[in-house]
Design a protein around this ligand. Structure first.
Ligand SMILES: C[S@@+](CC[C@H](N)C(=O)[O-])C[C@H]1O[C@@H](n2cnc3c(N)ncnc32)[C@H](O)[C@@H]1O
Length: 380
């Protein structure tokens, strides 16, 4: 696929992609273009509006389609559009006050249908940006429900919700790009890689957890035929160059890190485990070593996303997130965003909700309800 405003073939491979038939509409692309161009040529605004009204009618009531705009024959060149966004664009044309305005909207619609304009770092078609309602752009993420579909069973204590790697990959990678997760745990990132058609490498210190992750990932269909590899080892030392070399790759396009929040959850007994770092300083230092071993493989101009929460120790709030942020900023990265995400109550805390409230009232502190997603861009 070519990018950056060049005209593309938007034909759809229905076997590979997954569509929501209620929200999406599959149209015959040349037919739709023809209809829009026909309308554009009219020199009477009322007639333009009537033509657009007829297109809208067919989109909303496919049974009325006599031209094959939606009822596509086998050989038709097809494209998938978001029904609501398309109807909204058609309405805008219908509501135009002048013929110039109507033509302007028609031209924009034509571009949206015939051209894909993407940036270098993702596949978001900027000519149809209104269609991407699912992509978050605010710095406050309230994610109510964990995605538990498919292989995302969510039973690993300390995992993150799949929507996090999903959002980061949609914003910061293209299909077939490579992603590294140096704290892969139960494999959430790699399961998402399989869904979105990104190649993924995960590193996990605990052999049992790594084995379980491999089993889980296998359960997710690999419809895009991408590579997912788990290395069992210490992310401060593993030889990523070797693994990448095996796939003929030198650099990756996204790093996602979800380290232990120091010792809030002890993941193993190993001294190499960041959750066993004796002090906060040691934890931050170990994290820095993971950065030094992994970030050289991130392409310049690409993103690093870190998911981390703070902790309490002896009546003091320890801002792990900010310490980690500073550790990254000592290296060649610029800070792009600090996202605050609501924090799911851990099972233990849920049972002790009232007790925590009492403790907070007595101790003069607030109960953690958020964690951070820190986003950095590697400097060019
Ligand atoms: C917060 S969990 C990550 C969970 C993961 N995002 C998921 O959804 O399952 C952190 C993981 O890092 C692993 N870990 C700790 N120290 C490590 C190290 N030095 N190298 C690699 N993995 C490590 C732990 O075993 C744990 O599984």
């Amino acid at each position: 696929m070519k990018t950056n405003g060049q005209v593309l073939d938007l034909s759809v491979d229905l076997e590979k992609e997954q569509y929501d038939w209620k929200k999406d509409v599959i149209v015959n692309k040349p037919k739709l273009l023809e209809k829009v161009e026909e309308a554009e040529k009219l020199d009477n605004i009322a007639r333009i509006k009537k033509n657009i009204f007829l297109i809208k009618l067919v989109i909303n009531y496919p049974k009325d389609d006599t031209d094959g705009l939606i009822n596509i024959d086998q050989n038709g060149e097809t494209m998938v559009l978001k029904r609501d966004a398309l109807v909204e664009e058609l309405k805008q044309i219908e509501e135009a006050q002048t013929i110039e305005r109507a033509r302007y909207y028609l031209d924009r619609l034509k571009k949206g249908i015939s051209e894909i304009k993407t940036s270098k770092i993702n596949d978001i078609n900027l000519n149809r940006w209104k269609e991407y309602q699912e992509i978050l752009t605010d710095s406050l993420w309230i994610l109510e429900k964990r995605d538990t579909s498919g292989a995302h069973i969510g039973s690993y204590w300390g995992n993150f919700i799949p929507q996090i790697p999903n959002q980061l990959m949609l914003r910061y990678t293209k299909k077939e790009d490579w992603v590294i997760d140096p704290f892969v745990g139960s494999g959430t990132t790699l399961i998402e890689c399989r869904r979105l058609g990104r190649n993924g490498i995960g590193v996990e210190l605990s052999p049992e957890v790594a084995k379980e992750a491999k089993n889980l990932i296998k359960k997710e269909n690999n419809t895009h035929n991408i590579n997912t590899e788990i290395i069992t080892g210490d992310s401060r030392k593993v030889n990523l160059k070797e693994t990448l070399y095996k796939f003929g790759v030198k650099q990756v396009q996204l790093l996602i890190m979800h380290p232990p929040y120091h010792n809030i959850i002890k993941f193993s007994r190993s001294n190499d485990d960041l959750s066993n770092a004796p002090t906060t300083d040691d934890f931050v230092k170990m994290f820095g070593e993971v950065l030094d071993n992994t970030t050289p493989y991130l392409e310049k101009g690409r993103y690093l996303g870190i998911v981390i929460g703070d902790k309490y120790f002896k009546g003091t709030w320890i801002p792990l997130g900010f310490y980690i942020m500073n550790e990254v900023l000592k290296r060649d990265f610029s800070l792009k965003s600090i996202i605050v995400k609501n924090f799911e109550e851990t099972r233990g805390k849920r049972n002790q909700k009232e007790l925590w409230r009492y403790r907070a009232l007595v101790g003069g502190f607030y109960i953690f309800k958020h964690e951070y997603i820190l986003l950095f861009k590697k400097k060019k």
